[in-house]
Design a protein around this ligand. Structure first.
Ligand SMILES: Cc1ncc(COP(=O)(O)O)c(C=O)c1O
Length: 385
């Protein structure tokens, strides 16, 4: 980073680094929770065709309200979560990162607070910083489940404008059971908001970036939207949908929340190319999601395998995951494990509490490479001990 001292950078940004997992040119990248399977050739053909079709209109701005895409997400959620929402209850942006930032811009801000449950997704404090919102966390239980009583006590004490809960959680993979979501919602509906008028209540944002990897049959928070005007459920095409490069996230929420986001969005924030590419992939929903069941099996097999291993004589601890990654530890020196894996061409993620590492599910070949490399590294750690 080289920002000259003569530039009027905001005081609170001095010394800050750009956020992001390392992008390294190594054979096996299991660090950013992507779906490792690329779009099939017929999906690629549809994407190319749909982008070609809109190319002659690129002299014009795109549909600012992206209604065709919102209708397509409404159809998707009807199928995936058994809930039919109006397109007005859906809003899309450049990744769920932008969705979250718009939520913070609309509901956070100076004098406002957002509450989360640590460890959790490391971008939340960044959205808070960028919007001058105070970020407050309540620790999760030792097994990374939510301490719902502590969460409710904090909602009443902190009086946040936004409560953020990730299900399944990143980096731990922990799902939030429906009865707990309902308890949080009920608490938000009763609580007041610091810095807001009387009668204003916090919104509950459920970040379901990884929800398609949950156990089949488990309901999504999307099913609660019609009865709860203060609920927002954030989703993305980046994970199960295997479309991270297209940068498309969306939210399902009451129309009031969507309208609040429309105030802060950039005009024409979602390019015509992005909208066309997203619609093209949604034409092939079944195909795009066809690897999810296998990735779930890969997760179960990887978790079981890790549980059978020891580190310096102690069995590894593996967090229960309903996502496409597995969080495991506890290592006295996680940097050693991380770096030795990297030396063997396998990039994973050293994120969250000290001693823990996260590995994302790759192809069968990538997972075989990971296993071989990790077994070697454990043996090396044993020797060094
Ligand atoms: C919990 C969670 N939410 C949101 C995102 C952002 O995803 P995207 O901006 O690609 O939709 C991620 C990405 O890793 C995530 O882990």
């Amino acid at each position: 980073m080289s920002i000259p001292a003569s530039l009027p950078l905001r005081n609170d940004l001095k010394g800050e680094e750009p956020y992001g997992a390392p992008q390294l040119d190594v054979p096996v990248c299991l660090n950013v929770n992507e779906n490792p399977y690329p779009p099939a050739p017929d999906v690629v053909d549809t994407i190319a065709e749909r982008v070609r079709q809109i190319a002659p209109t690129l002299n014009r701005y795109p549909d600012r309200e992206h209604m065709a895409l919102r209708r397509a997400f409404s159809d998707y959620l009807a199928k995936e979560s058994d809930t039919r929402l109006d397109p007005e209850q859906i809003w899309a942006a450049n990744g769920s990162n932008e969705i979250m930032l718009q939520l913070f811009q609309a509901f956070g801000g100076p004098g406002r607070k957002a509450l989360g449950f640590a460890p959790t997704y490391s971008m939340y404090p960044e959205y808070a910083r960028d919007t001058f919102t105070q970020w407050v966390t309540v620790p999760r239980n030792e097994d990374f489940t939510l301490d719902v009583d502590a969460a409710i006590a904090a909602i009443n004490e902190v009086r946040p404008a936004m409560v953020l809960v990730t299900s399944p959680n990143n980096p731990t993979g922990t799902p939030l059971p429906m009865d707990q979501t309902k308890r949080l919602l009920a608490a938000c509906e009763q609580a007041s908001v610091d810095g807001a008028d009387e009668g204003v209540h916090p919104i509950l944002v459920v970040d379901e970036a990884y929800v398609e990897f949950r156990t089949p049959g488990v309901p999504s928070a999307v099913t609660l939207i019609d009865e709860h005007p203060n609920l927002a459920v954030s989703r993305t095409m980046s994970k199960a949908f295997a479309y991270a490069g297209a940068r498309v996230g969306y939210i399902a929420a009451d129309r009031g929340i969507v309208d609040a986001m429309r105030i802060v969005r950039m005009p024409y924030h979602l390019s015509a190319v992005t909208q066309a590419a997203a619609l093209a992939a949604l034409e092939h929903t079944d195909e795009q999601l066809s690897t999810v069941a296998h990735l779930r099996e890969t997760r179960e097999a990887t978790a079981a395998w890790l549980k059978g291993l020891t580190y310096k004589g102690r069995p590894l601890t593996v967090a229960h995951s309903e996502s496409n990654f597995v969080y495991f530890g506890l290592f006295d020196d996680r940097d050693f494990i991380f770096n030795e894996l990297l030396r063997r061409g396998v990039l994973i993620r050293d994120v969250g509490p000290d001693g823990w590492l996260r590995v994302c599910m790759g192809t069968d070949e990538e997972m075989a490479t990971f296993r071989a490399a990790f077994a070697e590294v454990l043996a090396l750690a044993e020797k060094e001990a």
